[in-house]
Design a protein around this ligand. Sequence first.
Ligand SMILES: [Fe+2]
Length: 287
Amino acid sequence: MTPAVKAFFDEATNTVSYVVREPQGTACAIIDSVLDFDHAAGRTSTESADAIAAWVKAEGLRVEWILESHVHADHLSAAPYLQEQLGGKIGIGDRITVVQDTFGKIFNEGTEFQRDGSQFDRLFREGDSFMIGQLRGEVLHTPGHTPACLTYVIGDAAFVGDTLFMPDFGTARCDFPGGSSADLFNSIQKILALPDETRIFVGHDYKAPGRDDYAWETTVGEQKALNVHVGAGRSIEEFVEMRDARDATLGMPRLILPSLQVNMRAGQMPEPDDQGDVFLKIPVNKI
Ligand SMILES: [Fe+2]
């Protein structure tokens, strides 16, 4: 089955959100939504999410799933906001518990922060499948960028999150706590084992040298031939050496601290204090 895919690009965080829908029918899933966040002001807004919600409503679609490829470190998820507006179940990888454990410690969360993934409606693991109306989705566990990363294969379309980027940009960083460049290489081999004509939709785009436009759709065949980090039969040793050296030069994403605290709670803010005010923490010299 060939699902229709609509992309929404958030230039502030270079994130691509997707709505994937049945070819005939009204069921859809939203993948990797964005809640806008002005870090300097500590203020959220829903412009990006509202654009998705307005489109879904205008098309007369029924949201069955709100999916996360992983706990993002560069933007806040709008999953709970969209669920309130549109319904649907929020899903993520079952290894979220590892991520919650790691960052629960880093942010010194109390016992009220559950580390069992219970903030989400569904925890997926390798080999699971799910339905979007008549459309079947399959789950690949593709760790490396984070331990809980998933790829959702829906019909002929693979939503790879932050594993592969466009062929001219390469791959995602692997230096966050729990990341592993060797794991990422092996995960990418699973994606590249899909049929060559499989459409790949990436989670971010940053343009690339010689390319002036944003892009987010490619194929397995193109990635195998052309990906600058893993294409043309690159070995795991070459990849790990290149990836680790490159990661050592990268600064942290601008929104990593707020993003992790919110996204590990399925997009919810931490509990308000006794005045009803919500605060995010800045752990000093921890990350
Ligand atoms: Fe990410």
